[in-house]
Design a protein around this ligand. Structure first.
Ligand SMILES: Cc1ncc(COP(=O)(O)O)c(C=O)c1O
Length: 426
């Protein structure tokens, strides 16, 4: 009866519990288990937190060993062996092989902390206030991050004006065939009469996850980086949801061959669901004064331990190639499904973030609810919740991936058929 306790005592603001109304007690790999022992296949992965699956044994072992030895848990931003080890391995395994040179800031444990730090730093470095963001962006719930977020419902929650931001069209927002978004942005930046104050930075998700699985094309990202460079505007990539391997490579921007000035990571960084976030910056941009941006939970040692263990998954190409293999399977199955259904729908995504956008926005929510009844956890995305969003753990076993896809195929066909028969009746 614990769900009643939650409904009685937890604030009305609670969200996911309404879509997935059961009490979870255990989880392992790509499966979550509720208090009645019912198993669910997880195509949600904690909104991108569980890339390596729930309770990965290597990470759990590292954490249990650390705790068993009475090692330090909390230390604000004092030096600890766990932090030093994480930084060392992050440099060796992630930064150096990619030719990236970044200083690492621990801004507080959540994604929005990393975004706030990035925005503050860009403003401090350049002495400019304005930041460019993109239609349908999502960067978090604190005021700075909300200001660069598109969703009007979330923005309204701020209760104060959200300022010093110019929203411009994301890739293919206006006209998919002949996208003019970057020509528009460059004209705005170049023209003294455009009315756009010279910005400090532009912040972008290479795949807008919450915004509806909108993918920026590689060429578009390359050109965006070039436009910003020509106008001396910093590029911030928010890789909080689609970094840590979600699209295949560790950083989602790698295929575009760009080197952002600032990068935000969180969600799957600790690999184990423990809160951890970083803001990475080119060394020349590291103009912070000591303690100018701080927070009590900046560098949670258990999270460093599991994050360091998770970096071992990246010492070779296996994660990337496996993600790409599974992604190709999903794409093929969903394309075939879309061809079969009698409603308008479109597939989008990159790597293991893919979505079916329905022209009739209600369908995505109905499919998610129906999938839950069949034992699959899958959420919706987009401003009207019009996209059924697949976000399985990268390490999902093939059997679970296939079983989850079968549920999707079944419920999408059933829900789509019920819509067309409704229409015939009406
Ligand atoms: C791209 C992106 N940025 C920032 C955030 C905010 O992260 P958090 O909820 O940990 O503050 C999210 C969360 O979904 C996100 O997807």
């Amino acid at each position: 009866m614990t769900i009643e306790t939650i409904n009685r005592l937890e604030s009305e603001v609670r969200g996911y519990v309404r879509n997935f109304p059961c009490v979870f007690t255990h989880a392992s790999g790509a499966r979550m288990i509720d208090e009645d022992g019912r198993e669910y296949i997880d195509f949600f992965a904690g909104a991108g937190v569980m890339n390596y699956g729930h309770n990965h044994p290597d990470l759990k072992r590292a954490l249990l060993d650390y705790l068993a030895e009475d090692r330090i848990v909390h230390s604000l931003d004092m030096a600890t062996a766990a932090k030093a080890r994480f930084l060392e391995r992050f440099e060796e395994v992630i930064l150096k092989p990619r030719g990236l040179d970044y200083r690492v800031q621990f801004p507080g444990p959540t994604g929005t902390n990393a975004v706030e730090a990035a925005l503050k730093l860009a403003r401090k470095v350049t002495g400019r206030e304005r930041v460019i963001s993109f239609t349908n962006a999502f960067h978090g719930m604190t005021l700075g991050s909300l200001a660069v977020t598109g969703n009007s419902f979330k923005r309204a929650g701020a209760g104060v004006p959200l300022s010093n931001v110019s929203m411009v069209p994301f890739d293919s927002y206006l006209d998919e065939g002949k996208d003019q978004s970057l020509a528009f942005l460059e004209a705005m930046l170049a023209d003294e009469g455009s009315g756009m104050d010279k910005p400090a930075a532009a912040i972008i998700e290479t795949v807008q996850a919450e915004g509806g699985v909108n993918v920026a094309r590689t060429e578009w990202l390359k050109e965006l980086a070039a436009v910003l460079k020509r106008h001396d505007v910093l590029l911030i990539v928010d890789d909080i949801q689609v970094g840590c391997g979600r699209t295949g490579p560790f950083f989602s921007f790698e295929p575009a061959g760009i080197k952002p000035d600032i990068v935000c990571l969180s969600k799957s960084l600790s690999g184990f669901g423990l809160p951890l976030a970083v803001t990475l910056m080119r060394p020349e941009l590291d103009v912070w004064s000591p303690g100018e941006h701080n927070g009590t939970f900046r560098g949670h040692n258990p999270a460093f331990v599991t994050a360091t263990a998770a970096l071992e998954f990246w010492v070779d190409d296996h994660m990337k190639t496996e993600t790409e293999r599974k992604a190709a399977k999903i794409t093929g199955r969903l394309q075939a499904l879309i061809r079969k259904i009698p409603v308008r729908a479109e597939l989008r995504g990159r790597g293991l973030i893919q979505g079916i956008e329905f022209a009739d926005s209600e369908l995505a929510g109905e499919c998610s609810a129906e999938a839950f009844k069949h034992g699959l956890i899958i959420e919706t995305a987009g401003v009207d919740d019009q996209v059924l969003k697949l976000l399985p753990p990268l390490m999902i076993p093939d059997a679970d991936l296939d079983a989850g896809l079968e549920i999707i195929e079944k419920v999408v066909q059933t829900v789509a058929a019920s819509k067309t028969s409704d229409r015939k009746v009406a």
